[in-house]
Design a protein around this ligand. Structure first.
Ligand code: HMG
Ligand code: MG
Length: 304
């Protein structure tokens, strides 16, 4: 193991969206903006800042337009937002984001709970999103959720997820982010899923989006690294979950990912100390202790 590690990894930060979408109490718009700014101060170059979904479904994201308007944007940072349909794309274009992310699940039941459509209907709903977004000069990313397991259906055949991923790439997505939405994945399962996907999709078009509900996300990252994956989603402090996936905890904490990668000599472009400070901002915003390991241990106290 570890004889084929990449020199650098690209981190896609999801805390302002995947992290905050799950918060019951409404977070003030200026606090969301402060979090994004702390993340970009830490050197993160790809940040999913919000989602243009229905405010009836996810009230926490109702201020997506204002978040984008208030943001002090930094040169070289790609600002991304989740969109479920053409209405979302229209809002995203008006808000001047650089990238949009479409999303659907590999399992029908989770997809229905999340977007009120079958998988087939969801792919259809992306027709007026992906092509037009690319034509408007935006990059489009695609999420395939519940690949490691579904909160409603249990095991999910990875072949189904692969078909969806291939369809998203054909439609114009530059990358597919494979989601362990409820954090049930284990390393051999990750190897099997990636073996299947890598037969037809190049490694650079695959990202891993691993929720850390059972503490297995980093182990799955290591499998990914060994298999040539260099794109990982993460959430500062381990903030987050999915409102339509009961039991989903936060994504892999960005600090834990960066700490581990730097320790292995893999570059991320992120300043761990400043990232830790961004985690403090996230914690202050939600008003409770966040679960990230490095977030809790600190970055300086190696002797302790
Ligand atoms: P629906 O109710 O079936 O659709 O929702 P609708 O078209 O009938 O719309 C209902 C109302 O919402 C209408 O308003 C629309 O205009 C409005 P009304 O006429 O009743 O006043 N509407 C919108 N408003 C603003 N922006 C929009 C928009 N679309 C419709 N874009 C819909 C279908 C897809 C809209 C809804 O189910 C939805 O928004 N779902 C989003 C759920 C969500 O955000 N889930 C969490 C993100 S996914 C996730 O966390 C997983 C991920 O992290 C990866 C992983 O972990 O695996 C990505
Ligand atoms: Mg997620």
């Amino acid at each position: 193991m570890f004889d084929a590690l990449p020199k650098s990894v690209s981190i896609y930060e999801v805390s302002p969206r995947d992290g905050l979408q799950n918060e019951g109490a409404q977070v003030a718009t200026h606090a969301k903006v402060r979090l994004v700014e702390a993340l970009q101060d830490a050197g993160l170059k790809r940040i999913e800042v919000t989602s243009f979904v229905s405010p009836k479904w996810v009230p926490q994201m109702a201020d997506a337009d204002q978040v984008c308007e208030m943001l002090e944007r930094r040169e070289g940072v790609v600002y991304s937002a989740l969109v479920p349909n053409a209405t979302g794309l229209k809002r995203a274009i008006a808000a001047n984001v650089d990238e949009v992310a479409v999303f659907l699940s590999a399992s029908e039941k989770h997809n229905r709970k999340n977007v009120n459509k079958t998988v087939g209907q969801t792919l259809k709903a992306f027709e007026p999103v992906i092509g037009p977004a690319v034509e408007a000069g935006l990059r489009v990313r695609g999420y395939v959720s519940t690949l490691w397991g579904c909160p409603y259906e249990g095991e999910v055949p990875p072949e189904r997820g692969l078909e969806i991923a291939e369809e998203l790439l054909r439609a114009g997505c530059y990358q597919v982010s494979l989601g362990d939405t409820i954090g049930v994945g284990t390393p051999l399962q990750t190897r099997r899923i990636l073996e299947l996907f890598l037969k037809s999709i190049p490694a650079e078009k695959i990202a891993l989006h691993l929720h850390d509900t059972r503490g297995t996300a980093l182990a799955n990252v290591l499998v990914g690294l060994e298999m040539g994956i260099t794109n990982f989603d993460a959430s500062v402090g381990g903030l987050g979950g999915c409102p339509y996936a009961p039991g989903a905890a936060g994504n892999l904490a960005t600090e834990d990912l960066v700490y581990t990668l730097h320790g292995m000599g893999i570059e991320t472009g992120v300043d761990l100390e400043k990232l830790w400070q961004a985690g403090q901002v996230a914690e202050a915003i939600v008003g409770r202790e966040l679960p990230g390991k490095v977030h809790r241990a600190g970055v300086r106290s190696l002797a302790g």
